[in-house]
Design a protein around this ligand. Sequence first.
Ligand code: SF4
Length: 272
Amino acid sequence: MPDAAVRHVMGISGGKDSAALALHMRDRVPEMEYFFCDTGAELPETYEYLQRLEVGLGKPIARLNAEQGFEHWLRVYQGALPSPQMRWCTKVLKIKPLEAWIGEAETVSYVAIRADENRDGYISHKPNISAVYPFKEDGIDKAGVMRILDDAGIGLPSYYEWRTRSGCYFCFFQRKAEWVGLAERHPDLFEQAVAFEEKAGYEAQAMQGRSYTWSHKESLRELAGRRVEIMTKHEAALARERRKQTNVPLIDVMAGVLDEDDDTLACQMCQL
Ligand code: SF4
């Protein structure tokens, strides 16, 4: 029986694993506090999925917002877009608001790493926060996650039709085909990402020499110009993957293709 003086918290990322863990823990730890670190730049599909999940959980998911949004921090970081090498966005938009919300209370954080994964996820260095891994303890793998979501009638977030990870619409961990997906599904958000990139480019020129793009080695405008080429290659890879993996959901086919395409590590805090 959990100790009532200790807080029990679980982060919801907007992805399938944390949604399944929330449902798995619903009756096991009824006092669980669910939270979502909201950068203000999440996909509309993510916000819709959170609402669906709240119905399944029968309780709200606390939205944790940073006091200042992305644009403020972009100015603080002198127009330098966040990148895998300089991931200031996670620190200021997710970790800081989370640690402020938790405060000094003794806290157990439930982490949605599956039994078939070999990684730790985000672990706070604050001494009052300890992490537990119920999926690992209970031997729940990807098939188990899908079963939990199906049984609860929650299913998968709808962005999985075109993107394999949750997170900000401009996340630099996106693969080329996912950027094209953003341009097709959410042209307004794609244009906003272009605007951030172009502004960063002008500021970098003014400061001589640095250049920032969201996607590796090309600007989003250049990437959009190669849309047909990118999607032709992506469709061919999907078809190859489908022949290799029959009877598996689209998300697994896409993950196979996109992982082949780009082996950049995803954000462990954002995409559980
Ligand atoms: S989802 Fe991507 S852009 Fe957003 S905070 Fe995480 S790493 Fe940064």
